[in-house]
Design a protein around this ligand. Structure first.
Ligand code: ATP
Ligand code: MG
Length: 299
C-alpha cells in the first residue's frame, strides 16, 4: 500500500485521540466507549491483522538501519488492558528487536537514585522498539495521589515544595525533548477505561478461576482515588503532550478498539520515518561479488 494510503487509513483511528498540545486538554472531551464507527470485533480484527503484518515489515528496516528507536509508553488504571494490548499489537514483531519492561513499586536501589534513574537505564537501544508497561509517569500519578510514596523517595525535605509536581512534569517534558533529539520516537498511550467497565472486569476476575490470580484487593481500594488519578492524568497530559511526544487518549471500554488505535498510532509513527534498508556502497558491492564468485566455485 502506498504511504499516503496507509496514513489516510491510520489517521481515522489516531487523529481523534492524539494530543500534541496540552493547553486546554480535558478528559471530559473523551469517551472511553468510543469506537469511531467500527462495528465490532471482527471488523477491528481484520484491520489489526493488517497493521501487525505491516509493522513486522517496518521493524525489520528499523533494526537494519540501527538509527531510530521507538519508545512506547503505556499508562492506565488497572484492568484497562495494558498487558493484552501489548501482547496483541506486538504479536508480529521479531522478539529480538523488542524490549518490554514493566515498572512496579521501586526497589531500595531505585530509591537511592533520582527518580528517572531506573527508567533511563531501560531505554531502547537504537533500532529497537522499547515498551514501558507503566513508566516515569507513575512519578506524577501514583506518587502524586499517595504522597506517602513521595516521602519514601529520600528527597531532601527542602526540595519538597508546593511546585514539586509542576517541576517533575517540566523535567519529564525536557527529558522527552532530549530523547527526541537523540532519535527516540516517543508515543504515550493512556488507555482510558471507565470506572464502570473497570468494575465489570474486576467482577469477571473474581468469577473466573483462571483470572483469579490477576485479582488484587489493592486495585479495588484504588478505586476510591479514581478522581484524584483522573486529575493527575489530566495534568500530566497537559504538561507533557507535544508534537514530538504525543499522548493518545485511547478509548478502553472495548478491548478490540483499544488494540486498533494503538496499532494504528505505531504504524503511523513508523511510516513517517520513511524507513528504507541501508544502502550498500560500491566497495561493499565489490565484496559481495567476490564472495558470490567464491561460493559458486566451491566444489
Ligand atoms: P497487572 O495488575 O496488570 O499485572 P500492574 O502494572 O498493575 O499490572 P502490579 O504489580 O499490579 O502491576 O502493580 C504495580 C504497582 O506498582 C502499581 O500499583 C503502580 O502504581 C505501582 N508503581 C509503579 N511505579 C511506581 C513508582 N514509581 N512508585 C510507586 N509505585 C509505583
Ligand atoms: Mg495491577
Amino acid at each position: 500500500m502506498p504511504r499516503q494510503e496507509i496514513l489516510d487509513l491510520t489517521q481515522q483511528y489516531t487523529q481523534p485521540f492524539r494530543i500534541t498540545k496540552g493547553a486546554g486538554f480535558s478528559l471530559s472531551d473523551y469517551n472511553p466507549d468510543e469506537t469511531c464507527g467500527v462495528k465490532d470485533k471482527s471488523e477491528a480484527s481484520k484491520l489489526l491483522r493488517e497493521g501487525i503484518e505491516w509493522l513486522a515489515h517496518e521493524q525489520d528496516m528499523l533494526y537494519a538501519q540501527d538509527r531510530w528507536s521507538l519508545l512506547l509508553v503505556f499508562q492506565a488504571m488497572d484492568a484497562a488492558g495494558k498487558d493484552s494490548t501489548i501482547k496483541h499489537v506486538m504479536s508480529g514483531v521479531n522478539p529480538q528487536g523488542c524490549q518490554v519492561f514493566s515498572f512496579k513499586q521501586p526497589s531500595q536501589e531505585d530509591l537511592s537514585h533520582d527518580f528517572m534513574w531506573r527508567y533511563s537505564n531501560r531505554l531502547p537501544e537504537r533500532g529497537k522498539i522499547g515498551i514501558f508497561n507503566r513508566s516515569y509517569y507513575e512519578e506524577v500519578l501514583v506518587v502524586r495521589v499517595h504522597e506517602a510514596i513521595l516521602q519514601r523517595q529520600k528527597l531532601p525535605q527542602s526540595l519538597i515544595g508546593a511546585n514539586i509536581w509542576d517541576e517533575r512534569l517540566a523535567d519529564i517534558a525536557h527529558f522527552e525533548d532530549y530523547l527526541t533529539r537523540q532519535g527516540v520516537v516517543i508515543l504515550k498511550f493512556f488507555l482510558y477505561v471507565s470506572r464502570d467497565e473497570q468494575k465489570k472486569r474486576f467482577l469477571k476476575r473474581l468469577d473466573t478461576p483462571e483470572k483469579n490470580w490477576k485479582f488484587s484487593g489493592t486495585d479495588v481500594r484504588e478505586r476510591k482515588f479514581w478522581n484524584d488519578y483522573m486529575r493527575a492524568y489530566e495534568e500530566a497530559i497537559r504538561a507533557t503532550a507535544s508534537e514530538n511526544a504525543p499522548w493518545f487518549v485511547v478509548p478502553a471500554d472495548h478491548r478490540w478498539f483499544t488494540r486498533l488505535v494503538v496499532a494504528a498510532a505505531i504504524v503511523e509513527a513508523v511510516e513517517r520515518l520513511e524507513l528504507t534498508y541501508p544502502r550498500v556502497d560500491e566497495e561493499k558491492k565489490k565484496e559481495l561479488a567476490t564472495v558470490r564468485a567464491a561460493l559458486e566455485q566451491e566444489t
